[in-house]
Design a protein around this ligand. Structure first.
Ligand SMILES: C[S@@+](CC[C@H](N)C(=O)[O-])C[C@H]1O[C@@H](n2cnc3c(N)ncnc32)[C@H](O)[C@@H]1O
Length: 237
């Protein structure tokens, strides 16, 4: 039985009407509904580079640094809070102005911001086995008991979509949180999924790129918990 039937309905109503994808370079915001579902990444980005998705990018620190560092990786950031989408857009704009980035140079042509709900986006718009990596950093822990059903890792539809859309061989899921109880819960839930295997958390690339929450919590001296999973499809004997 699904644990959180209300959760999806509520968020879908709130997010589907305004969902859009923002191109940092052209500054165009296109309603998500104008894209065919699922999105053909090759047509969308105009290249065959691998696609990585950050869910809940907040103030966009990781997205900016990672997309700058890896021009041959396509990044989609998914965030449902308008406030953070705007802040992230401004972060990119400030960077472009400050460092006088030539918009024709290709820098940031590999990144898009999707203002929408991750569950909605993954279940409808992301093609099967098309994502090289998901980055989920400091997912909302919803600490109050009555709100815990909102935890994204409790959402079976979300988990199924995550697995379904990861590359079949070697697609990775990177998780970081400061919330120990949620960290163990995530580990338990993912342990039930036979195609995901926990691998050495030190394999996280770009460990030096901290998100806003990570920067803040490290300064406060809080412990940080990290996990990396890899999707491995068992071949028929
Ligand atoms: C605790 S913040 C972490 C932000 C950022 N990752 C960081 O580490 O600084 C969690 C973020 O996830 C976003 N979020 C939560 N659930 C989401 C969902 N279902 N779809 C998209 N974004 C979501 C929230 O709006 C918030 O910005």
């Amino acid at each position: 039985m699904r644990e959180n039937p209300d959760y999806n309905d509520l968020y879908y109503q709130n997010t589907t009407s305004h969902s859009q994808i923002i191109d940092i370079i052209t500054e165009r915001a296109v309603p998500l509904s104008e894209f065919g579902a699922p999105i053909d990444w090759q047509v969308f980005f105009g290249n065959t580079y691998p696609v990585e998705i950050e869910i809940g990018f907040g103030k966009g620190r990781f997205l900016l640094e990672a997309s700058k560092r890896h021009p041959k990786v396509n990044y989609i950031g998914v965030e449902r809070a308008q406030k953070y989408v705007e802040l992230t857009r401004e972060r990119f704009e400030k960077y472009i102005r400050h460092f006088e980035v030539d918009r024709a140079s290709g820098t940031f042509s590999n990144v898009r911001l999707a203002w929408t709900d991750a569950n909605y986006f993954l279940t409808r718009y992301v093609p099967a086995a098309s994502v090289r990596a998901y980055h989920i950093y400091f997912p909302d822990p919803w600490p109050k008991k009555r709100q815990r059903k909102r935890r994204i890792f409790r959402n079976q539809d979300f988990l199924s979509a995550l697995i379904h859309t990861l590359n079949s061989d070697g697609g990775r899921l990177y998780i970081v949180t400061d919330y120990e109880a949620y960290f163990w819960e995530i580990q338990e839930r993912l342990a039930d999924l036979s195609v995901l295997h926990s691998i050495d958390a030190d394999l996280k690339p770009d460990r030096d790129i901290a998100t806003n929450f990570e920067t803040k919590y490290i300064l406060e001296g809080r412990p940080i918990y990290r996990a990396v999973y890899e999707k491995v499809c068992l071949k028929a004997e």
